[in-house]
Design a protein around this ligand. Structure first.
Ligand SMILES: NC(=O)c1ccc[n+]([C@@H]2O[C@H](COP(=O)([O-])OP(=O)(O)OC[C@H]3O[C@@H](n4cnc5c(N)ncnc54)[C@H](OP(=O)(O)O)[C@@H]3O)[C@@H](O)[C@H]2O)c1
Length: 331
């Protein structure tokens, strides 16, 4: 099958597009013919070797973390799906930049019926990330949430989901995306190039931090006592390591890495959580329903062919995507 893969880690390593063996199908797996996948920043981070500490990979390594497609074969013990089902998923392994992938049936959900394969492929990773962030902090009606980088893949989904949950939404973006984030439902928009969010905002129940670094450490005063910061780009910590069952040594190291974020939270009487999104088919089903009800719409920035995936990855690295970058794999 055709696949896009790397042979080693490195910033200079380019994506190879070539033939690799079709995956084996285990008894609980479905074999999916992939129609479309989406590009996420995690793809270029893995390519550069930045996640080596958290995940062991072997080469050649097919990148890609979510997809939509058609089930073309099922394992002996599969009960939930049949050949011909149209699905979307964020599998627990990488490998969606390819014509086929075998995925445990427990990680798969039927794709929303009212959208295209390209649109469906845009949803799993960012949708589950926003879903799990809001579940962690129990975001509910009447609360105030700040979503950093509202125009990005995660942000454009998160704004819509926060509105579904009845929250009042603040978001940050540059000038050119202000109308766009408003069209997704943002109630208040801060142009981060003109104003620092920590200078103009306070009393938030939740900050959803998609930026990390100094932007994370400076955001604490924006959150009210008892509120939450859920970060997907900041410091993983001891809890992350325990959740991922990384063993004693790595748990100790991440404990040190995440210390500052946790101490700042303790000092201000707020909760801090680093979230590493997990595959979850039940949540994908909920997302499917919201999309079919028209409450959430996919947002596509651009579509690349598999042969041009390197260009797609470079576009993602530039950090200016409005919504999701898609890789089209089959008609
Ligand atoms: N831990 C997890 O499980 C998890 C899951 C998903 C994603 N992530 C991480 O979350 C981050 C965001 O992912 P993504 O897919 O949303 O990225 P993305 O789609 O590449 O984000 C691009 C967007 O970021 C905006 N942006 C850039 N700098 C900004 C700033 N300083 N303030 C406000 N907006 C800014 C840009 O808007 P403008 O052009 O208007 O600047 C652009 O629309 C990445 O680091 C990713 O690796 C982590």
């Amino acid at each position: 099958m055709k696949a896009a893969f790397i042979k080693k880690y490195g910033n200079d390593e380019v994506m190879h597009v070539g033939d690799l063996p079709k995956p084996q199908v285990g008894p609980h797996d479905v074999l999916i013919q992939i129609k479309a996948a989406s590009i996420n920043p995690i793809d270029f981070k893995i390519k550069a070797g930045l996640l080596k500490f958290l995940r062991k990979n072997s080469f050649p390594l097919i990148l890609g973390h979510d997809l939509s497609g058609e089930i073309v074969k099922i394992g002996d013990q599969v009960t939930k799906f049949k050949k011909g089902d149209l699905v979307f998923t964020r599998p627990s392994s990488t490998g969606t930049f390819a014509e086929y992938i075998a995925v445990s049936e427990d990680e798969v959900a039927l794709k929303p019926a009212n959208i295209s394969f390209e649109e469906a492929a845009s949803l799993p990773l960012v949708g589950l990330t926003a879903w799990q962030a809001f579940e962690s902090a129990n975001l509910h009606a009447g609360q105030r949430v700040l979503i950093q980088a509202g125009a990005g893949g995660v942000g454009s989904f998160a704004i819509q989901l926060a509105k579904v949950r009845g929250a009042e939404v603040w978001t940050t973006t540059s000038e050119k995306n202000i109308d766009f984030v408003k069209s997704l439902g943002a109630d208040h928009v801060i142009n981060y190039k003109k104003e620092k969010v920590w200078d103009v905002l306070k009393g938030m129940d939740l900050v959803f931090d998609t930026l990390g670094g100094d932007d994370l450490y400076k955001i604490y005063p924006v959150v009210k006592k008892g509120g939450w910061i859920v970060s997907i780009s900041g410091s993983p910590d001891q809890k992350t390591a325990r959740d991922m069952e990384l063993g004693a040594m790595k748990t100790f190291v991440l404990g040190v890495v995440g210390l500052k974020a946790n101490l700042l939270a303790m000092a201000r009487g707020i909760h801090y959580k680093f979230l590493f999104m997990k595959p979850e088919a039940q949540q994908l089903n909920q997302i499917r329903i919201l999309v079919e009800q028209g409450k959430i719409r996919p947002v596509i920035d651009s579509v690349f062919q598999l042969a041009d995936i390197q260009k797609g990855l470079e576009h993602s690295m530039a950090g200016r995507a409005r919504g999701k970058i898609i890789v089209k794999i089959a008609d």
